[in-house]
Design a protein around this ligand. Sequence first.
Ligand code: MOS
Length: 750
Amino acid sequence: MNASTKIGIGTPLSRVDGVDKVTGAAPYAAEYNVANLLYGVTVSSRIAKGKITAIDEAAARAVPGVVDILSHANRPKQAWLDRSWKDELSIPGEPFKAFHDAQILFAGQPIAVVVAETFEAARFAASLLEVTYEGEAHNINFEASLAEKFLPKPGSRRNNYHPPKSRGDAQAAFNEAAVSHEATYHLAPEHHNPMEMHATTVEWHGDGKVTVYDKNQGSQGVQAYLASAFGLGKKNVRVVNAYVGGGFGSGLRPQWQVQVATMAAIQIERSVRVVMTRSQMFTHGYRPECTYTVKLGAEHTGKLTSIMGDATTSTSRFENNMEDIVTWGMMNYASPNIQGEYAIAPRDTYTSADMRAPGAATGLTLFEIAIDEMAYKAKVDPLEFRLINYSEVDGMNETPFTSKALREAYKEGAERFGWDQRNPEPRSMKEGRELIGWGMATGMWDAQFSKTAASAKLSANGHLEVACATSDIGTGTYTVMVQVAADTLGIAPEQITAKLGDSDLPTAPVEGGSWGAASTGAAVQLACETIAKKLFKAAGKMDSKPLGDAKFEDVEFVEGTIRRKDAGGQPLALTEVMRASEFTVIEAEETASPGIGGMISMAQKSRNTHSAIFCEVRVDEELNQVRVTRIVNAVAAGRIINPKTARSQILGGVTMGIGMALHEETFADARLGRWMNHSFAEYHIPAQADIHDIEVIFVDEPDAEVTPLGVKGLGEIGIVGTAAAVANAIYHATGTRVRSLPITIDKLMG
Ligand code: MOS
C-alpha cells in the first residue's frame, strides 16, 4: 500500500472550519439572523435562598418596545414531574427548572425574563423590575458545609457513584510504614468560562415547530430535553449547535438560558433570543471545591505499601453531583493496600458540574503533590519514585490496560526537559533575583468510546459529505471527520464536507469525556467503508472490467481512484465508476458501537491515556510572583489522527492547568451567599503574558484494542496533573509547600 500519497489519519491538516471561524462566517447560537426576533433579558435573584413574594412589573412594562415579562407567576405550562426534566447527563436529585415556582435555590437564579423588540429596551426594562423576597438562612461556605457531608446510599435514586474499593489493610500498613506522609489538599471552585457565553435563539416557525440554535455540547440531548420538559414532541424540535465557542463541560447539560428562551417563544409565539451575561456565566455549574486527605506509606526504598484517600467535593442542595477523586492515584500506582473514602457536601449554590477532566483534574492533580512530598521524604528523585511504584496494571481494579506507554512518556519527557540536570535540593537554583524550580507530575484520563452513527454521501462529481450529530466544541471534530473520510476513501480533503451539530443528523452522544474523535471517527470510517464496498461492487459491473478479477481486499482507495494493490491495471477514478453506474449519489449510514471490531469489554481491560508533565518555574524571591517558564508534556494517547489539532488540545489543557495552579478561583461571599468575583476583571485565567514555552510530545502507543481506530482522545488529558507539576516546581524553587490551589502570592508569602 502506497501510504505516502494519502492525506488522512496522521496528517497535520489545518482546521477545515478555521477560515470560517476567523472571518466570522461561522454562526454561533446568538448570531443567527431570524426574522421578527425578540430579545429576552433574564433577571437574576439577588438572594441566595428563600422565596419571591412579589414582582412589580409596572415600570418595566411601561418601557416602549417591551412585549412581555415572564416569571413563575405567568409562565406557560411545563412538565411537573422531575423525570420529564432529565437530560443526557442528569445527575441524581431534582433538576433545576427555571420559573417553576417562587422558591429561590441559589443567588443569581433566573427568576424572570423581560422580552422586547430590541435588546436595549429589554435590558433597560429588566433593570426596572421590582422584586420582593423573603430570605432564609443560607450557606455557601465550603468549610461550613462539611458538617453536612454525606455519601448517598449506593444504588439509590440519589446516587450514581460507586465509592472506591479497599484492598488489604491500608491503615495497618500505613501505621507500620518506614516512611509515611499525611496531608490535606484543597482545590478552589472554578467556573467554566468559554469565550462564547451560553446563548439560545429560538426560531418560532408558527406551525408548531421550533428550531433552537443553542450553545451546548449535544444537540440531540437538548432536543429530547426540550421536547419532554415543554411537551413539544421531539419531531417538532430541531436543535442546532454547528459552532460552539468552547464548552469545557458547561454545555454537557442544558443550561437555563435554553429553558428561558423556549418558554418565552412558546408564550409569545414568536422567535426569541436569550444570552447569558458574563456575570450570569457564574450562575450555573462549576468545578466542585474539594478537600482531599492523602495518606501514603512506603518502605525505605520508596516502594509504596499503603495508599489512603479521603475526599469531599461540593454539590447543591437539589442535586448530588459526585466525582471520582480518590481512585486515580490508586489506579496509577502499585500498592498492596488501598482504602478510599468519599462524600459530598451540599451548599446553596447551583449544582457543581463536570469541567475538563472532572475528578481526575482535581483528584490526580492533588494526589501528585502528595507523591512529590513522599518522594522527598523517601529521599528519592520524584521521577525515580514514580518508576519504583509503576503499575503495569490498573492498580485499583487489578485489570490490564489495553496499553500504557507511561514509562516511555516519562523517559521522552525527562530527556527533552533535561531532568537529569536537576539538583534535588530546594532553593538550589537561582538566577538574579529569581528562584528556579523544576517539578514533575503524572496525568491520566479515560479513553472512552460511545455509540455513534454517521452517514456518508458521495456525489457524481466526486464530492463527499460526511455527517454526524456530534458537536465540535473547538476540539477539531470537523477536521477529524474529514481526515478519517479522506483516509478511508482516498478522497482529497478539499473534496469532503463534514456536517455536524444538528439534531437532524445521525445519532451521536453529547461531546464529552474525550470520546469524540474515537467514536465519531469510527462511525465515519464505517460509513465510508460501506461506500467503498458499494463503489467496488459498481466497478465490478462495468463492461470494461477495469479491476479484473480483484477481490475487495485486493484494492485500495487512493487519490480519488480505486486501484489494485498489486499495481496491475490502471487506477479507476471514483467519478468514472459513478458515471458508468449512472448513480447520482451513493449513500450509507452506519453505527459504531462498543464491542465492534473485536474490541473487548471495559470489565476485562482498562482504557486510559497517560502523561508525564515536567515544569520549570521562576519565582521572584522578593515579590513571590511565579512565572511558568517551561513545560514539557509527554502524552501517551494511542493513535494521533491530527498532530496539529492534537497538539492544540494539549496546549489548551496545559494552559488551563496553569490557571488551576496559579489563577482560577471563585470566591464565596458567605454573608450574601454569592460568588463574589463574577467577571473577567476579578476571575483570573492565564493570559498571553502568563504562558511561555509549552512543548508537547506524543509517544508512540499502538493500541489495537482500545477503540476501532486505536484513538484514545485528547480533549482532557492535557489538564490532568499539570497544576501538580507547577506546584511541585514551586516547592523546588522556594522550599515552600502549598497544598491549596491556586497558589497565589499570599500563600507563598506564608
Ligand atoms: Mo467534558 S467536562 O466531558 O466537556
